[in-house]
Design a protein around this ligand. Structure first.
Ligand code: KG4
Ligand code: ZN
Length: 367
């Protein structure tokens, strides 16, 4: 089985063709074309929805042709067409969704509307053989949540952020430190040179019951520390030597201390989510990470340690499959298609689309 997948919910335009392997042993990525719009948004310090939608229109057709070519096929050689129908920016979603519907109609192929978060949550099954149920930590620019993945289309949110998403926290702190957008990779690079113990930033929600996250207090603590450093230096320096903004050393130490705090929070919340999962009578077959922040090496190492400690299998897709791409959408489409879950061409874009709408108890008959 082969599925074409289209992703346009945020600032990556992406198209891929993925095929299934015999025996449920993951999938093969036949092509995976990703075009990032970062350069177009960088000057604004974040994603500008109108620019994003127009940029998707500019490149999507070309990427579809390239993805089919690279996969050595054409539309007649794919079994279904999938697109992310949300959650995300409505303008961008409409571009990908409409293109997918048009292709499905023209080629007379089934159409599948994929929840973008579902695509991240199912990625572990694309790269490895992984049976349900399992735990997924989704950490991106727009979302931070722990999800019990019980089956295709069967998800329970165990916790989510009550304020900022993890990627948003990285990006906002990076902006305060004068780093370019998106800031996550820059913080990670600087953190390697900094002292994670210099600033004792708060670990919001640490040790709390439940698996919710809160990250805006951490961001505020970094802002206050930057202001304090500036005042201290201006007090201690002569007018000639006083400069505005933290020194290079300060920036590296702030990045390292911030990253250390966020790593601790993510590990603690995941540990708590795991506890909720097992207390309700289930045993996850692994922990999967997804979302752009999942590319962070410090986070991956810390989760590897947590899994080793708790005897859980850690499934960490390569960084290119953690950030937004078409292969994970094609794969989620393939998983749904294999179960007869196709959609009507009237399926509307869903800028807000919780993964566990209409969810029942965590474990049927046991919760
Ligand atoms: O999943 P994604 O590509 O797009 C969505 O938000 O859906 O995630 C982008 C986010 C940005 O906030 C970016 O700063 C963050 O992922 N990110 C990272 C790293 N690479 C990307 N954050 C921390 N460390 C990284 N290495
Ligand atoms: Zn994403």
């Amino acid at each position: 089985m082969r599925v074409l997948g289209i992703e346009t919910t945020c600032d990556e335009t992406a198209v891929a063709v993925v095929s299934s392997r015999i025996g449920g042993d993951g999938g093969d990525i036949l092509s995976n074309e990703v075009m990032s719009q970062i350069a177009q948004h960088a000057a604004y310090g974040g994603v500008v929805p109108e620019i994003a939608a127009r940029a998707h229109i500019d490149v999507l057709e070309r990427l579809i042709v390239r993805a089919l070519d690279t996969a050595g096929t054409d539309l007649s050689g794919v079994d279904a067409i999938a697109a992310s129908a949300g959650p995300g920016l409505i303008g961008g979603i409409l571009v990908g969704l409409t293109a997918a519907k048009a292709l499905a109609l023209a080629a007379d192929k089934p159409f599948i509307a994929v929840n973008h978060l579902e695509a991240h949550a199912l990625t572990g099954r694309l790269t490895e053989r992984l049976d349900f149920p399992y735990l997924a930590l989704l950490i991106s620019g727009g979302h931070t949540q722990l999800v019990a993945v019980l089956g295709v289309g069967d998800y329970r949110r165990l916790g989510s952020t009550v304020d900022d998403a993890a990627g948003e926290a990285f990006d906002k702190v990076a902006k305060m430190l004068g780093l370019p957008y998106p800031g996550g990779p820059h913080i990670e690079r600087l953190a390697e040179e900094g002292d994670p113990g210099r600033f004792d930033f708060p670990r919001p929600m640490f040790g709390r019951e439940g698996a919710d996250f809160s990250l805006s207090g951490l961001k505020t603590a970094v802002r206050q520390e930057i202001a304090r450093l500036e005042v201290a230096r201006q007090d201690g320096a002569s007018q000639e030597t006083a400069r505005s903004g933290p020194t290079e050393r300060d920036v590296a130490d702030l990045a390292a201390s911030f990253q250390a705090a966020i790593v601790d929070v993510l590990v603690d919340r995941t540990r708590s989510g795991l506890r909720i999962f097992t207390q309700s009578g289930g045993r996850p077959n692994g922990l999967v990470i997804g979302g752009g922040v999942g590319a962070n090496g410090a986070i991956r190492r810390a989760l590897t340690r947590l899994c080793a400690e708790t005897g859980l299998r850690f499934v960490s897709p390569p960084p290119g499959l953690c950030s937004d791409n078409g292969a994970i959408v094609a794969w989620a489409g393939l998983e749904r298609f294999a179960r007869g879950m196709t959609d009507d061409l009237t399926f509307a874009a869903r800028p807000r689309w919780p993964l566990d709408a209409n969810a029942g108890p965590l474990h049927h008959g046991k919760a």
